[in-house]
Design a protein. Sequence first.
Length: 356
Amino acid sequence: MKRRFSKPVKVGNLTIGGDAPITIQSMTNTNTKDVASTVNQIKSLVEAGCEIVRISLPDIESAKAVKYIKDGLKSFGIDIPIVGDIHFDYRIAIEAIKEGIDKVRINPGNIGDENKVAEVVKYAKEFGVPIRVGANSGSLPKDLENLPRHKALGEAALREVRVLEKHGFEDIVISVKSSDVIETIEANRYVVSLVDYPLHVGVTEAGTLYNSLIKSSAALGVLILEGLVDTLRISIAGDPVNEVIAAKKLLTALHLRKGPNIVACPTCARAVFDVESVALEVEKLVSNIREDITISVLGCVVNGIGEGKEADVGIAGVKDGVVLFRKGEIVGTYKFEEGLRELKRLIDGVLSEKHG
């Protein structure tokens, strides 16, 4: 897979675009003014693998909290770029920049008078803070409604880009998001045909877990394989940690990240344990691994060992317990709880050999 070379944009300690890897984003759902809760949620997101976090800044008081949030993160040894999500009031953007925000997300169209946008640009230049602009399918300008939906979405974002360019600002990240999979794909293709700014990609309002995973994987999978994605968010209603887990799994499945690949049989009447629950336990065991390893979870040994021979290690159900195997060869039989502990040791051993 060859990625297009987009303009690199520095965001805190990371680069979006250029030849930098695709970065994973999420967004807090805490009250930003509740510094402790916001810091704790960001900490959880970072532990799950998040690389850029967006926080909502609905008012000046929230913007003033940015400094304290960043200080709180430093106390945990966390240095992650923080993006401020701002609407309507340009003074919030300026305050956030002064307080140390690493990137601002604004919609110049709802900021008001262009002089207010120019003020944001002035401070963004002074502090070296990039700006993300974009459009969502739910808030398209009336004068673009005669265009095909994907083109209207793209033009709405490009209109905002041109406002920033007019004031000599080019540290821009673009986002065009729709709740429709095909519209999202076509809108992003349209934008990259006209400009070379990096893209933040996602399906907006994707819904609860299952709906979001299907919609986001379909849209992002296509755009990633076409080399158009620089940074992404998988939007899921609920705990934002799930967004990070899903994004990591998607990038791992596309061989763009290293990480564990857990395969599990679809189950049948031969299964002697609950394959789903065991697979979830195995996922917990390897959640912090950042290296390639394939682990097979199989409900029985009738066909299990043969089906799992391509896995580095595996676990299969037998009467009153489990067997562990490596490359299709049984290494031991254990009671269930002991088997999970031994599986972790087996995994650690395989990883040590790969290092060695």
